[in-house]
Write a protein that binds this ligand. Structure first.
Ligand code: MEV
Length: 457
């Protein structure tokens, strides 16, 4: 029977999470696939052979049945703040790693990337409803603030020893949005950890203490002694956890950026392309996507949270009220400047960074950076990627580079031999690549002796 036409009850199960891994796979293949035995074999073929390592992977998430493998590549020759890096990148999109490598080499010969961390502050909020007068809460707040910091001292001790901890707690009045809506807004320095657990634990403790504190204010009317906490959670928007990466060179040094285009023309076209991503959100989204091609690949390779960095980056890109480019460009006299400012809440200790065997290796490859150094490396990779994309767009167009990879992907899907791939690359150098055209090409060379292959002429 076609699995898609099965009655829904056949596809439901209770107690799935309690099944063994094999049991889970068995239920899945029997209910959702036409060829259960082969699918089972295939899913299991992606298990890591070393059982201990597989156990570690299984432990990250629930209902794990297999591993989803993505390419792990490296982009060498990144000169960042006068240090050489070989950057690990986990990404499925063809041309991204090659583009990063080209851009890295290009800037290596022009002084490299400069990067600096501007600030390292993260935030979180306790959102609560309190029916009293805002000025009364404001009066009580300095005492509450002191107590919040003191009473959570046992939770912050280790972090304080490492130079981090709670930087501030503010009271925010949002009663213009909703009667009684206030926030406790905490600011934190989590040093080399991303700090999500640290911040969320503190916020939940703040919320408990807030309720206790208000219940002790016996001078207030009874209903003002009660606080309704709606939620306590970190914010993934961290505009004060900010890094800048930049490159600059003489315009004349861009003469070799591309054949048949002088540096001045290239700089002008590049500048306009970046400005277009400031003026038009449609262009900005694609432009920033190019930046995240680099950023996400390193964030993933180092076991960091790419959903958090994406969400934050896009909010930051909208901070003026219009979504715009995260990078910017300026031409002063005869100097070309290109830079990227972005918030990045990442870590180099704790979480997956210490648990995932490949994340640990990525950090080792990068010389075991601290969080500030990793922010700089990630931002430089994002800038390199953005440079490579915009450079292609304002010169040859991106399809030229993409098509070669696309061609190889199509050939692989059509089981082309090594010789066929080589011949196809030569043949399609100046032709449009499509499934149809590649199939026709293969048909001709597979079905005809070389002397009859007119299509290839
Ligand atoms: C493709 O993954 C990324 C680009 O579209 C970025 C850009 O347009 O700037 C090439």
């Amino acid at each position: 029977m076609d699995t898609n036409q099965m009655p829904p009850e056949m596809k439901t199960i209770s107690g799935f999470s309690k099944l063994s891994k094999r049991g889970k796979i068995k239920w899945i293949v029997e209910n959702f696939f036409k060829d259960p035995e082969n699918v089972m074999r295939e899913l299991m073929s992606y298990w890591v052979q070393n059982e201990e390592q597989q156990k570690v992977l299984d432990g990250f998430s629930e209902n794990t049945i297999s591993n989803f493998v993505l390419p792990y590549g490296v982009a060498p020759n990144f000169l960042i703040n006068d240090q050489m890096y070989c950057i690990p990148m986990v990404i499925e999109e063809s041309s991204v790693v090659a583009a990063a490598s080209h851009a890295a080499k290009f800037w290596m010969n022009r002084g490299g990337f400069k990067a600096e961390v501007i600030s390292m502050v993260k935030e979180g909020q306790v959102h609560f409803i309190w029916p009293g007068k805002p000025e009364i809460l404001r009066e009580l707040f300095p005492k509450l603030r002191r107590e919040l910091i003191e009473k959570t001292g046992y939770l912050t001790e280790n972090m304080r020893q490492r130079g981090g901890g709670i930087l501030d707690v503010e009271l925010v009045d949002l009663t213009d949005k909703e009667p009684g809506y206030f926030q406790l807004r905490g600011k934190f320095d989590t040093r080399d950890s991303m700090g999500a657990n640290f911040i969320n634990t503190l916020l939940e403790e703040f919320s408990q203490h807030l309720k206790l504190f208000m219940s002790q204010q016996k001078q207030l009317p009874d209903n003002w002694q009660e606080v309704e906490v709606i939620m306590s959670i970190l914010s993934n928007y961290t505009p004060e956890c900010l890094v800048r990466a930049s490159v600059s060179c003489r315009v004349s040094e861009l003469d070799q950026a591309i054949k048949d285009m002088d540096g001045e023309t290239f700089a002008r076209r590049f500048y306009l392309a970046v400005k277009m991503a400031h003026w038009d959100p449609y262009r900005a989204t694609t432009h920033n996507k190019g930046i995240f091609n680099g950023v996400d690949a390193v964030v993933l390779a180092t076991g960091n949270d790419f959903r958090a960095t994406e969400a934050c980056g896009h909010t930051y890109a909208s901070r003026t009220g219009q979504y715009a480019s995260l990078s910017d460009c300026r031409i002063d006299e005869d100097t070309f400047h290109f830079w990227l400012d972005m918030p990045l809440a990442i870590g180099t200790t704790g979480g997956l960074t210490s648990l995932h065997p490949m994340a640990k290796r990525s950090l080792e490859l990068l010389g075991n950076p601290n969080a500030e150094q990793l922010m700089q490396i990630i931002a430089a990779t994002g800038l390199a990627q953005n440079f490579a994309a915009v450079k292609s767009l304002v010169t040859t167009g991106i399809q030229k580079g993409h098509m070669k990879m696309h061609l190889v992907n199509i050939l692989t899907r059509m089981d082309a031999s090594e010789r066929e791939v080589k011949e196809a690359i030569v043949y399609f150098k100046d032709k449009v690549v499509s499934f149809q055209s590649v199939r026709e090409f293969l048909d001709v060379i597979r079905n005809n002796p070389p002397e009859n292959q007119q299509i290839l002429a």
